[in-house]
Design a protein around this ligand. Structure first.
Ligand SMILES: [Zn+2]
Length: 439
């Protein structure tokens, strides 16, 4: 099949006017102008024309919690410590099937807005399989918190993490399992080090929420504040470090090759550590605003050379999972961020952070056939025009060579997903109410 549009944005190469992407068995076989691709593939007679549209790689949402999608609207905007208290009963109380239903709902929202790849935090295997079955690829990272290092292997095994002997990467090459010790105030030093070692051993991504709030900075430095009390309860072996959250992780050795999410409350020294030792950082500006955590210092991080991806965080702490909307908020924080740099963060930047840059984030032969087409007028340049994408203008989405959205119509059973998710949401809502009653 050859898919052609007014413009193709390969990301790693310049935009192509009257571009085309050839897809064979779920993989990209060729990219170029329609004339060149058609000439090189005379036997490929199935041509899908997308006039008035711009094609880019399926977007990479580099930080999600798809399993919390049914909580949308249940935990209103509030400071982080308070918000976590509202979400915790559901995280502890939903069944694996309900997490699966919630993840399927989140995955359907991702596909509808052009995201085909995520770096997702999961509580068990059902979330990965539910999202992957719909076609959403990426890293699914098992969350770890509130336990000692000695309990980690059992906890992971109980929750279906593919352990030693199995490969963390799925056979089809579209998903990989990773580890996510939640944050320095909820995972103690022993657990952080054990997770870091295990991630190294498996070749799996390691994702940590870092320097998200001022409360976290205070907790890690001197053990005080609301998250200092959380650390006492959850972070076995933690003692106040006198350091910043980034400095603390670096001293433990857990920063090396880690993906750090949020990094709102960081100074120049932290930024240099992130650039030199971490694999990179994921910015989630709308979630930061929702939880009243301030704004990530986008320009300082870029100037320090930190490798960056963009994420929405969960739809329980954001309006939606639309990465285009997230990108517009990000650009409002840093007027020097170009359209090209923004597109990079939404695609290849995120794919590099999860170690899947050969398969996702760019349109090139051998990569997975994941595409998004946006209806837009390219007068201001094709990349700038692409970034105007919205739920109404994302017209076509392909994952692994299969249409997920075709000419604005969703190609999977969205009603069944909504119905199953509705029941999980009712349970989550009851759990939240019961918790409120206790307070
Ligand atoms: Zn998060």
């Amino acid at each position: 099949m050859i898919v052609t549009a007014d413009w193709v944005l390969p990301v790693c190469d310049p935009p192509i006017r009257n571009g085309a992407v050839a897809v064979v068995a779920g993989v990209i076989a060729d990219v170029g102008t329609l004339a060149d691709v058609a000439a090189r593939r005379p036997d490929d007679h199935e041509v899908v024309e997308l006039p008035g549209r711009i094609i880019a790689p399926g977007l990479v949402n580099a930080h999600t919690h798809l399993a919390l999608s049914v909580l949308e609207g249940l935990a209103p905007p509030a400071p982080l410590a308070e918000w976590l208290g509202g979400v915790a009963p559901s995280v502890l109380g939903l069944s694996p099937e309900e997490f699966g239903a919630s993840s399927a709902l989140g995955a359907s929202h991702c596909l509808r807005t052009g995201t085909t790849v995520v770096a997702d935090i999961v509580y068990g295997a059902s979330s990965r399989s539910a999202a992957a079955d719909l076609g959403v690829a990426g890293a699914y990272c098992w969350e770890l918190l509130g336990m000692g290092a000695d309990a980690m292997d059992d906890s992971l095994a109980r929750r279906g993490f593919p352990l030693v002997g199995e490969h963390v990467e799925a056979e089809d090459g579209r998903t990989v399992a990773g580890l996510a010790p939640h944050a320095p105030y909820s995972a103690g030093p022993g657990l952080l080090k054990a997770a870091h070692l295990a991630a190294r051993r498996h070749g799996a991504p390691l994702v940590i929420h870092v320097a998200e709030s001022a409360d976290e900075v205070e907790a890690i430095r001197d053990g005080s504040g609301p998250l200092g009390r959380t650390a006492e309860r959850l972070a076995a072996g933690f003692s106040p470090s006198g350091a910043t959250p980034v400095g603390y992780l670096a001293a433990l050795g857990a920063l090396d090759d880690a993906v750090c999410v949020h990094v709102v409350h960081v100074d120049r020294e932290d930024a240099a550590l992130l650039a030199g030792r971490a694999r990179g950082a994921v910015l989630c500006p709308r979630s930061n605003a929702w939880l009243r955590n301030g704004e990530p210092p986008v320009r300082m991080l870029r100037e320090a050379g930190v490798r960056l991806g963009l994420g929405t965080d969960s739809s329980a702490s954001n309006d939606d999972l639309d990465l285009f909307a997230e990108a517009r908020t990000l650009r409002a924080l840093d007027a020097t961020l170009t359209a090209g740099e923004t597109l990079w963060m939404m695609t290849m930047g995120g794919a590099q952070l999860i170690g899947m840059a050969g398969s996702f984030g760019g349109l090139a032969p051998g990569a997975q056939a994941d595409l998004v087409a946006v209806r837009a007028d390219a007068d201001d340049g094709p990349v700038e025009a692409f970034l105007t994408g919205a739920p109404e203008t994302v017209s076509d989405v392909m994952a692994a060579g299969l249409w997920k959205v075709r000419d604005h119509r969703v190609c999977f059973d969205i009603e069944e997903i909504r119905e199953t998710a509705r029941r999980a949401r009712e349970h989550a809502s009851a759990l939240t109410e019961a918790e409120r009653g206790k307070r």
